[in-house]
Design a protein around this ligand. Sequence first.
Ligand code: ADP
Length: 289
Amino acid sequence: MKSLIVNNVSKSYKRKSALKDISFEVEKGELFGVIGPDGAGKSTLFRIMTTLILADKGEVKIEGYDVVKDYKKIRNIVGYMPGRFSLYQDLTVRENIEFFAAVFNTTVEENYHLVKDIYSQIEPFEKRKAGALSGGMKQKLALSCALIHKPEVLFLDEPTTGVDPISRKEFWNMLKNLQEKGITIIVSTPYMDEATLCNRIALINEGEFMDINTPQELIRKFPKKLYSLNSDNLLNLMNILREDPNVETSFSFGHSIHVTLNDETKHNGYQEIEPSIEDYFMRLSKPQN
Ligand code: ADP
């Protein structure tokens, strides 16, 4: 059974298009990632799916319910952790989670089993104001608050943005545990390395889904051999590569440049590497040389 069905959803702000004809489905119990850079349309999509804003066109169904007609029902069965922390900064940790439980007519005790692994880590700081927590702790509290009414489907919009690498890793372990409890999870992230932790991902750029598949299959679809080149002067190297007629694409990746060639027999001894999701994303999103 499908937890989520999105059909031909489009959305513009004034005349600027933010989402163009988005369609996808998520199976029950799946961990599905929406991966793309800032401004790609992730938050807009998440706000439509969680009934906060209306699409201009198309339809969204969650567990069989329509986001427009059945929005009240949907608000009961989804949990949503927005991009910027949704916490009340002046309330304490305990007051925040109690508030979110009360909104849904439940208590922290009733669903404590669901948040225990996560909430127990911030419980020693229950009396601290949410505004005084570290990024990683805020993230755990926000996740606990999104879970406290026992949602069937959990929407997490960029939950790891601005969080340190260790907390990011911990967070993904928490998501795997929640998935094992049967919760369907839809998560967005600009971090391409997190893509491999999802069952399936959609690559989004400029309001469009460029591809949807398992991370392994997307990497397998990379159509060329990929080479990595280093230099003390990357800018100079990039200029040389751009002039080279045998260079098909060249993208800068931190301290190296990743290159594909038109004629791979003429590889000049370049170091061949395995492509990543980011390589595939860049190839799809940028015009070729
Ligand atoms: P992401 O979450 O991937 O960063 P958003 O959905 O926030 O992307 O934004 C998609 C596009 O829509 C961007 O160009 C952004 O500037 C624009 N946008 C988002 N929200 C609004 C708004 N309330 N009014 C006008 N433009 C908006």
